[in-house]
Write a protein that binds this ligand. Structure first.
Ligand code: A2P
Length: 268
């Protein structure tokens, strides 16, 4: 596994396992167990996924030491006025006594600054290893950095070849914020793209593997998700090939600002 050093020197595994939409009883436990078995050591969940309990149980049952897993959860929008309680609740559900990364899930207009300051407090008390944000635009980040103390370690956003957020990536790089790509497979919507198929064939890889690799080569942390054991394994096998400059450019050119998820640019 390869790692990235965050702006507070914490090391994060570049490839993580996303758990959005994994059902708490019939999917999350099996999928997280499989991911850990395959070798993923970075698991991403959130209060609003309603699967923190199953994620925590799968981690415990894996027998892997807590400190060998990079565990991420997120503060939900309705909890901005009770950050500390929300954090404690996530810890309790996950059955752990700290998170490696706690993210603000969404830049809620009126409350994001005060909620982030409450997250800073938890960080300063050393109860969480790092704090960051999700779904923040450049404007949201500029505002945050002008009014708070701690630069977020990560901005987790939708990012894939059809939503190549070049300006946001450059802004994050400039300010030491790691970009973390969620829905790196375009939520499964564009796996039939012919440009990607041609490149994948050349490398004897799948389109999904090429999409993950493209994002990794942009320096991103990437968190694909799957409920299928074979695909969980396949998505992890991306460290044995490299896309050349021409292939990277062809994939960059697929951008059409296509969002499969929330559009945070509409949030003032
Ligand atoms: P499944 O859970 O049946 O594997 P994203 O991470 O971009 O949101 O994409 C998730 C979607 O992509 C899910 O529908 C998932 O379906 C599908 N998926 C995940 N990995 C692969 C893969 N290697 N090949 C094809 N589809 C995949």
């Amino acid at each position: 596994m390869e790692y990235k050093k965050l702006n507070n020197n914490l090391k994060i595994p570049l490839l993580g396992f996303g758990t959005w939409q994994l059902k708490p009883i019939f999917e999350a436990p099996q999928a997280v167990a499989a991911a850990l078995e395959v070798g993923y050591r970075h698991i991403d969940t959130a209060h609003i996924y309603f699967n923190e309990g199953s994620v925590g149980k799968a981690i415990k049952e894996s027998g892997i030491e807590r400190e060998d897993i990079f565990l991420v959860s997120k503060l939900w929008n309705f909890d901005h006025n009770k950050v500390e309680q929300a954090y404690e609740k996530s810890l309790k559900k996950l059955g752990v006594d700290y998170l490696d990364l706690y993210l603000m899930h969404f830049p809620v207009t009126k409350t994001r600054i005060s909620a982030y300051k409450d997250m800073e407090k938890i960080y300063k008390e050393k109860r969480v290893k790092s704090i960051g944000v999700s779904n923040f635009t450049i404007d949201h980040l500029k505002e945050l950095m002008s009014q708070t103390e701690i630069v977020p370690v990560v901005n987790q956003v939708e990012f894939h070849p059809f939503l190549y957020q070049k300006d946001l990536l450059e802004f994050c790089n400039k300010h030491g914020i790691a970009l973390e790509a969620y829905s790196p497979l375009s939520h499964g919507k564009r796996l039939d793209d012919t440009t990607l198929e041609t490149i994948a064939k050349k490398h004897n890889k799948s389109v999904a593997q090429v999409m993950i690799k493209w994002s990794l080569q942009h320096g991103n942390i990437v968190i694909p998700k799957s409920r299928n054991l074979g695909r969980i394994k396949q998505n992890f096998e991306v460290f044995d090939f490299k896309l050349n400059d021409q292939e990277m450019t062809s994939i960059n050119n697929l951008n059409e600002d296509y969002r499969t998820c929330w559009d945070p640019t509409k949030t003032s």
